[in-house]
Write a protein that binds this ligand. Structure first.
Ligand SMILES: Nc1ncnc2c1ncn2[C@@H]1O[C@H](COP(=O)(O)OP(=O)(O)O)[C@@H](O)[C@H]1O
Ligand SMILES: [Mg+2]
Length: 369
């Protein structure tokens, strides 16, 4: 239970196509995160799966049954919103029990399901409280409890943690991952926050302007982004991009010249033209002070000292912005030029149209335990 298949699904508001033809398969038990900037169509996608929004064309099937014309309550899904949508005059117990009352379940069954959900969500000692007497995190858990008791085959979450402060958000991320591990249901979670996507998802769907940019595991997206958009969106601080020009390509990879003058051979697949406009991508964490084989000169402008590491924002000699994350105990100060190195195997290369040349990275070896 909990298998989803979207085929050529589109959504048009007026004459604006906000979801382009989308094909997507979600396997039973997956934790899928739709991530992308505000307005890219995440909520619309989720609402179409829920049946709260009609689809303009295509089909959505849940567990092999096309649900295009099936009412939300009959789709076997439960949705949790950012605004918890709790009834303020009802107790926690009654809020969680609400969908079961509507479905006219027997009293004993209601009692049992609510108590089981409350236990899972650490709300057992709050059942007689009213929502107004709870913290934001507890209220969000009540909203999740109300979804759990319906025993859906698929959970849908729309930015459920956005109203919480940073500390509570990271706590709730862990709780949601635990919940997923213990329930085993399919979960689809929408967020604009790439950290939520990276930390909770088994599969991430990156959306941009109504189009799926890439689907993959968190590490696939991080190490093998299909294009510049995904590369820049996943990972924090965001990847550095440096203009480059193609020189030649061979079996060993592509040779390019950075705008800083540095010539490098990168281990990527695919051939490039001499003079081709390219961009090199390097993550701030992959830059090191001195050391490694490639050298870029940078003048630091702002140094953010986080203790365990320092985030350095500066510019290259050719005025390109550059960010580096270095050890918190390394010497660095604004205004004093410094040389940064990186391992060419860590670099990404993008064509003018944004597509990535495939890196020769063995993902298996990165995730082996
Ligand atoms: N009911 C609506 N009528 C017209 N346009 C809408 C409606 N709902 C959403 N949109 C538009 O569709 C696009 C996607 O919206 P949405 O799915 O809410 O984005 P996200 O959740 O990724 O921030 C936006 O441009 C938004 O303005
Ligand atoms: Mg939204």
């Amino acid at each position: 239970m909990g298998h989803l298949k979207l085929q050529a699904v589109t959504k048009t508001f007026g004459n604006v196509e906000v979801i382009r033809a989308t094909d997507l398969t979600i396997e039973e038990g997956e934790f899928v995160v739709f991530v992308g900037p505000s307005g890219c169509g995440k909520s619309t996608m989720l609402r179409m799966i829920a049946g709260l929004e009609e689809i303009s064309s295509g089909t959505i099937a849940i567990d092999g049954r096309v649900v295009n014309d099936i009412a939300p309550v009959e789709r076997g899904i439960a949705m949790v919103f950012q605004s918890y949508a709790l009834y303020p005059h009802m107790t926690v117990f009654e809020n969680i029990a609400f969908p079961l009352r509507v479905a006219k379940l027997a009293k004993g069954e209601v009692d049992q399901r609510v108590r089981r959900a409350a236990e899972l969500l650490k709300l057992s000692d709050r059942l007689e409280y009213k929502p107004g007497e709870l913290s934001g995190g507890q209220r969000q858990r009540v909203a999740i409890g109300r979804a759990i008791v319906r025993e859906p085959s698929v959970f849908l979450f729309d930015e459920p943690l956005s109203n919480l402060d940073a500390a509570l958000r990271s706590e709730m991320r862990v709780e949601l991952s635990r919940l997923h591990a213990s329930l085993g249901n399919t979960m689809i979670y929408v967020t604009h926050d790439q950290i939520e996507a990276m930390t909770m998802a088994t599969k991430i769907v990156v959306l941009r302007a109504g189009r799926v940019e890439q689907v993959g595991s968190p590490l696939e997206l991080f190490h093998k982004p299909a294009n510049r958009f995904v590369a820049g969106f996943i990972g924090n601080p965001t990847m550095n991009f440096i203009a480059a020009e193609g020189i030649s390509s061979s079996a060993e990879g592509a040779t390019v010249r950075l705008s800083t003058g540095l010539e490098l051979k990168l281990p990527v697949n695919g051939s490039i033209e001499s003079g081709e406009a390219l961009e090199l991508g390097i993550r701030p964490d992959d830059l090191v002070l001195g050391g490694a084989d490639a050298q870029i000169e940078m003048t630091p402008e702002v140094v953010e000292r986080l203790g365990n590491q320092s985030v350095v924002h500066g510019i290259t000699k050719t005025d390109q912005p550059l960010c580096a994350v270095i050890g918190g105990d390394r010497p660095i100060s604004p205004g004093r030029p410094t040389r940064l190195g990186f391992d060419v195997a860590k670099a990404h290369l993008f064509r003018n149209d944004g597509t990535a040349l495939e890196r020769r990275v063995d993902l298996q070896s990165l995730v082996a335990d």
